[in-house]
Design a protein around this ligand. Structure first.
Ligand code: ATP
Ligand code: MG
Length: 566
């Protein structure tokens, strides 16, 4: 391809609303343009990279027996009513009507559509297992689209769905898909971690997220050298051993003044029991966590098997539930409302809490002697200083990550609600057991750049780069230079190498700047002086300025062919 024939509108400056480096570089390199908030256009260069990522993923999906399909982007409401998700999916679901007022949604994911296909076409155990996948646009009305194509309202996803006779076959295949995702990450050259993720009550039983390590990541990962890794939303908290003290008599003490309370909490917050009121499915519950801890609502959702939990924070509502005018109520005397305590709360000796009398604290509260609860469970967010739940030796470490892929064991959630069954060898009808596996193709581009760039621009891996090599004639109008350039181009392309020739009538400095910005892994420069000695320059984008090799045109093309046609 010749630069002058391709739409590559590079920019010196990124627009002011480009908020992270990958967004800036993708726009400056002429890969994408913004159409509206959350909607981006992919220009030829951007689309080329997207296609390369697509083919890396496709290769892995085919290798694990996947069959590629293509589902519509618009789904009928009826299917979403069957699974209940028409109402529970929330505001991210784009809904629309046709001219007859029939309702539809734009695909945010495709479990309903693919389960509908499978329930119609699969009848017997002999047709299982089955894995279907597609590359398709997904639409989500994100509340805050940002970070370029990292979080948008329309993006390209590879979504895959597997169908099995039983849980154990799903278990087997889940591992196969886990490995396939690992291969995709390796081929993309990522520094990554696959971590345990929280599957909400509605999402199925078990899942892993593939996280690209990057400071700009929206997710936090808790991990340990022993191999444990989890999204910090999910990370398990062990009860923290507290120094056991002799239980002292329970007393009601006048609470200190505001400054003293602050001081008091600073020192004693580990002894303080925070009391909060939630409503789960509309029913009040009292939640107890240690003063220095926060409630993890996702853990609470999973524990209570509902996604309908809300913190009750208005005094009037609290009052109506626990008959108190205080937000923090005392623990004693509210046995008509279910109490759930975090593991580390019940460990506290001689704890302190706000009394149900304004201006007073209760001191020396001890679990079982002074209060009891209905459930003791891990319901808090992991914090620095928490011990690894796997090896129980080292403290957890924390890193930021970008989620690029997610693998789920769905079980029979969708097959039950949509009645997708098969007949086993005995002619008995069973629900099909499912897995689903998503990977954000668009987001992979942004994540790659977050991990792989320098002051001059993007540094693509050989696998993902829009072109394998850029050939820069210092002056394409010069007959001799043109002849060598054209010959090199022909030779390389005939070997399947993807070549960009920068044939623009621009200063060589500008051509170098753009080549670095776009991030093409290799650059061959053809200049008059070197050519007189029979040389061209070969340089790798990853290497510094000094590492230029002087080679004959023939040698330079052999070297490139050797690299890419291994
Ligand atoms: P997130 O927590 O980032 O919103 P998610 O859990 O909603 O992601 P999934 O439903 O698991 O995402 O979708 C699979 C993949 O699709 C994600 O791993 C991510 O790579 C990509 N993805 C999800 N939402 C977006 C978005 N708004 N823009 C771009 N890519 C996205
Ligand atoms: Mg999301």
């Amino acid at each position: 391809m010749f630069f002058t024939k391709m739409l590559i509108p590079t920019l010196r400056e990124a627009p002011s609303d480009a908020d992270i480096i990958s967004a800036k570089l993708m726009i400056r390199a002429g890969m994408i343009r913004k159409l509206a908030s959350g909607f981006y256009e992919f220009l030829p260069l951007g689309l080329k990279v997207l296609k390369k990522v697509e083919s890396i993923i496709r290769e892995e999906m085919n290798a694990v027996g996947g069959q590629e399909i293509s589902l519509p982007l618009v789904f009928p409401k009826d299917l979403w009513i069957e699974t209940g998700r028409w109402n529970t999916y929330g505001k991210e679901l784009f809904k629309l009507k046709d001219r007859k007022e029939v309702e539809f949604c734009l695909a945010p994911t495709a479990e309903e559509a693919v389960t509908d296909l499978v329930r119609k076409e699969i009848k017997s155990y002999k047709q299982l297992p089955l894995m279907l996948y597609q590359f398709g646009s997904k639409f989500r009305d994100e509340i805050r689209p940002r970070f370029g194509v990292m979080r948008v309202k329309e993006f390209l996803m590879k979504d895959a769905y597997s169908f099995h006779v039983d849980e154990s076959d799903l278990e087997r295949y889940y591992k196969v898909m886990f490995d396939a995702y690992t291969n995709v990450c390796k081929k993309c050259g990522f520094k990554f971690r696959a971590v345990e993720a929280a599957s909400c009550a509605i999402g199925g039983s078990f899942s892993h997220e593939f996280m690209i390590l990057a400071e700009t990541g929206e997710e936090e990962i808790a991990w340990c050298n022993c191999g444990y890794g989890a999204n910090s939303e999910k990370a398990e908290c062990l009860s923290i051993y507290q120094l056991k003290e002799e239980p002292l008599p329970l007393e009601e003490a006048l609470a200190p003044n505001v400054e003293a309370v602050a001081k008091f909490l600073e020192i004693f917050q580990k002894k303080f029991i925070k009391t909060m009121i939630y409503k789960a499915d509309g029913n009040p519950i009292i939640i107890l966590v240690r003063g220095d801890h926060e409630i993890n609502e996702i853990k609470l959702q999973i524990l209570l098997d509902t996604d309908d939990i809300v913190l009750v924070d208005e005094q009037a509502t609290v009052f109506s539930i626990v008959n108190s005018s205080l937000v923090f109520v005392d623990l004693v005397g509210h046995r008509d409302v279910k109490i759930i305590a975090d593991l580390s709360v019940v460990e506290i000796s001689n704890a302190v809490t706000e009394a149900n009398k304004k201006g007073y604290h209760l001191k020396n509260i001890n679990y079982s002697r002074d209060y009891s609860v209905d459930i003791v469970a891990d319901i808090r967010k992991v914090v620095h200083g928490d011990i690894c739940p796997k090896c129980k030796k080292e403290n957890l470490k924390f890193s930021r990550g970008i989620e690029i892929g997610h693998v789920f064991k769905l079980g029979t959630k969708y097959s039950k609600s949509m009645n997708a069954t098969y007949l086993d060898a005995n002619g008995k009808e069973n629900f099909i057991v499912m897995g689903c596996y998503g990977i954000g193709v668009t987001r992979i581009l942004a994540a790659t750049i977050e991990q792989s760039h320098d002051d001059n621009g993007i540094v693509w891996t050989d696998n993902m780069a829009p072109f394998n090599v850029v050939v820069i004639p210092v002056n394409y109008a010069d007959a001799k230079i043109k002849e060598v350039t054209d010959k090199l181009y022909k030779e390389l392309t005939s070997e399947g190498i993807d070549v960009l020739v920068d044939d623009r009538d621009e200063r060589v400095g500008i051509k170098f700047k753009d080549a670095d910005l776009i991030g093409i892994p290799y650059r061959i420069t053809i200049g008059e002086k070197n050519l007189e000695k029979g040389h061209v320059e070969l340089k790798a984008r990853r290497d510094d300025k000094e590492s230029v090799k002087l080679l004959s045109p023939q040698e330079s093309s052999s070297e490139i062919i050797k690299i890419f046609n291994k």
